[in-house]
Design a protein around this ligand. Structure first.
Ligand code: GRF
Length: 215
């Protein structure tokens, strides 16, 4: 049975697209059961619809409070049996009740090598990396906890900062890696190979293929 994934988005949705594409290529054994955006006009919603994936906008305006809005999102994911929630460019901090309901089952992508340049939406972390003069930037996939961008790290990818980089060129180079490691992390979760041990995530080895087991 494929892992049932819910995705939270706010904007253009290229990471959502990377998940959709990885599933299409057979590299990710998952099914996106629902995409929810907190913005009605997010291009990510159109990407979902173009692939026949159920997609909803659940806006602050409709609910009048962040809490009620996110509890409505939570109910929708639960109603569709989502087993893992991926925040892929979601621009709000999740309320504790949401995090609790999916404890250890929410994954976020952040465009920096955490714990450096935590917080803030793209392109702020990339701009901060450039301004800080780092030579290596990158991205991080991590489990979501109540501490923003500080949950256990699953995967990271590093990219070099080039001499003539702008925020845009650096962000684009980082984004390519986001699109690679986010589906990979979801697949590791789907295979049951991520074990949270305190602040660390242990990646368990892939099981031996059947028929090659030693007696
Ligand atoms: C990405 O840079 C992601 O790391 C950050 O927000 C951006 C979302 O981009 N959390 P997209 O909507 O997936 O294209």
């Amino acid at each position: 049975m494929s892992l049932r994934v819910g995705v939270l988005v706010s904007g253009r949705g290229t990471n959502l697209q990377a998940i959709i594409d990885a599933i299409g290529r057979g590299e990710l054994d998952a099914r996106i059961v629902l995409v929810i955006s907190n913005h009605r006009n997010a291009p990510a919603l159109a990407r979902a619809a173009a692939h026949g994936i159920p997609a909803l906008a659940i806006t602050f305006k409709e609910y009048g409070s962040r809490r009620d809005q996110q509890l409505a999102m939570l109910r929708e994911f639960q109603a569709r049996g989502a087993e893992l929630i991926v925040t892929a460019g979601f621009d709000k901090i999740l309320i504790p009740e949401f995090v609790q309901a999916y404890a250890g089952r929410i994954i976020n992508i952040h465009p920096s090598l955490l714990p450096a340049f935590a917080g803030g939406m793209a392109p702020r972390p990339q701009a901060e990396a450039l301004a800080a003069g780092v030579k290596i930037a990158g991205c991080t996939v991590h489990f979501v906890t109540d501490d923003v961008d500080a949950g256990p790290i699953i995967l990271q990818a590093a990219v070099p900062v080039e001499e003539d980089d702008t925020v845009e060129t650096l962000a684009a180079r980082i984004l390519e890696q986001e699109h690679r490691i986010l589906p990979r992390a979801i697949q590791l979760f789907a295979e049951g190979r991520l074990r949270i041990e305190g602040r660390r995530v242990r990646i368990l080895p892939a099981p031996e293929p059947a028929g090659r087991m030693q007696a």
